[in-house]
Design a protein around this ligand. Sequence first.
Ligand SMILES: Cc1cc2nc3c(=O)[nH]c(=O)nc-3n(C[C@H](O)[C@H](O)[C@H](O)COP(=O)(O)OP(=O)(O)OC[C@H]3O[C@@H](n4cnc5c(N)ncnc54)[C@H](O)[C@@H]3O)c2cc1C
Length: 416
Amino acid sequence: MKVAVIGGGFTGLTAAYELTKRGYIVTLFEQEKALGGLARGFKESGWSWYLEYTYHHWFTNDRTVLNLIKELGLINKLITARPVTASLYKGEPYQLDSPMHLFTFPGLSTLDKFRTAALLGFLKFNPFWKPLENITSEQLLTSIGGSASWRMLWEPLLIGKFGDFAPKIQAAWFWARIKKRTSRLMYMKGGFKTLIDALENAIKKQGGKILMNKKLDALPKGFDKILLTVPTSIALKISSGQLADQIESTPHLTAQTLILETDKPIFKDVYWLNITDRSFPFLAAVAHTNFMDTKYYGGHHLTYFGNYLPADHPYLSMTKEHLLKKFMPFIKRLSDNSLPASPAGGFTIHNSFMFVAPFAQPVHELHYSSRAPKLETAITNIYLANMDSIVPWDRGINYAIELGQKAAAVIASKYI
Ligand SMILES: Cc1cc2nc3c(=O)[nH]c(=O)nc-3n(C[C@H](O)[C@H](O)[C@H](O)COP(=O)(O)OP(=O)(O)OC[C@H]3O[C@@H](n4cnc5c(N)ncnc54)[C@H](O)[C@@H]3O)c2cc1C
């Protein structure tokens, strides 16, 4: 029985791995010259590890990732650390990832700190996400956490991430983000490429075929079953619109990262810096080398500046140089005078990289789960599994792997 898997991100790779494990004849088609999809990376000369084009880590409760890593014999490659996550307040980073840090934060009154703690406790311990699809994040966050913490901490991040969609984001999306978060994070020696390579090798060893640089614009012929793991709008094109009636359109945002490779850290100690000041042109600054050692990257420091943008946003038509010019005054503010731990004397940029990923974030509006695409489509033998189908969770490799496993199990069950 022949199965085609379209897309070589974690969903497609896992599905191909599981199907070949069960003895099916699998061909995986990937449009890029490298596997890994949104989690793929690159390596510059002088670096010994790959770096993902977009900032990536795992949470310690990403159990499906952990189990796969164990199964592939890679547990000795796993690194666990507790890097600092902070929010920028009046030009300084404040760690807000523990009750102790929240209670020492100067930006909220004591009452508002208690309300924020109650909000985070509710999100962390409440298992019932379904009712939270009926209300917006703003409704939930202001009713429990109060309007001061909403305005100071959450609203700027929601606007930064979702722009005009921010008022429509369902509370269940926010619940998922907090519920899943752990303060300890995981990464892999060599970068996520280590796991991608292991999956590729296992698929090939089990008899699967992987075709790179193979952009499909129509369903491939000669297969008994086809699994599409590409973004929904691309799946619609590939299937010549045949799935259109079945799939409700969900808006998506494009991810854009600008990565700076510098001689000194742009800011010290903090890994993930949420930018709550919306006059900044980016949403987050993520200092990868405040998480992983610079020795894997030729002694240089690597910092991402990231945004999620609508497809027609002007930043997406800028060159890397133009974007850097736009961001630089703000990056300097993070370095020169604002963050107390920043290095004296500034930094020199050795290299910069820009990356754009369309369809990188589905917009979870109210009642999202009823609109999420289903694995089994209206066309016999055609299946669809992508980040839009992950409910109630936001995207994540843990869920991509779960989805790939589920897709393989369902496809295999149809052969019985
Ligand atoms: C900025 C950012 C940060 C993130 N951070 C994290 C994180 O820290 N931790 C985490 O777990 N997750 C994170 N994620 C989410 C994670 O990357 C995704 O959930 C996961 O990679 C999705 O895998 P996928 O296989 O479903 O989709 P994709 O990775 O999008 O794979 C789809 C594949 O299909 C291919 N394709 C598309 N069209 C065609 C075509 N016509 N023909 C052939 N191939 C085609 C694409 O090239 C791609 O390889 C992040 C995502 C972004 C954008």
